[in-house]
Write a new protein. Structure first.
Length: 130
């Protein structure tokens, strides 16, 4: 099951650092948390998409902020589930936008890994898949 993991984009992070974390860079911490949860999903048999992991690709090749956002939103539209974890994206204008796109595309939205796993397991039992 393809899962989009919402997270703050870089400008959200810069705003957070500017107003709340003046002496601590949180970009690496957010990326580490995104990778941690992505890895947990992989262990559970999911196929996660972590938009922050495409940031270097954006900087090197896409160059345009709009191109990067569109790239990530296209991935979102092709996912079955949207995961917005408070540990990563509680305060994020971009995660708000991503969540709206998920709603518009009738993508199932989750706020915990536990609920996502429960949903997947229920779908398997409904479909008769082991």
């Amino acid at each position: 099951m393809r899962v989009y993991i919402a997270s703050p984009y870089i400008n959200d992070v810069e705003q957070l650092e500017k107003y709340f974390y003046k002496e601590v860079s949180i970009k690496d911490e957010i990326i580490k948390k995104s990778m941690f949860f992505g890895n947990e999903l992989i262990k559970e048999g999911f196929l996660p998409f972590m938009p922050l992991l495409t940031y270097s690709f954006y900087k090197q090749y896409l160059k345009s902020w709009v191109s990067w956002v569109n790239y990530n939103l296209e991935w979102l539209r092709n996912c079955v589930a949207f995961l917005r974890l408070p540990e990563i994206s509680k305060i994020s204008n971009w995660a708000d936008i991503e969540e709206e796109v998920a709603k518009e595309n009738k993508i199932s939205i989750f706020y915990s890994v536990k609920d996502l796993i429960k949903y997947r397991d229920n779908m398997k039992s409904i479909e008769g898949v082991s």
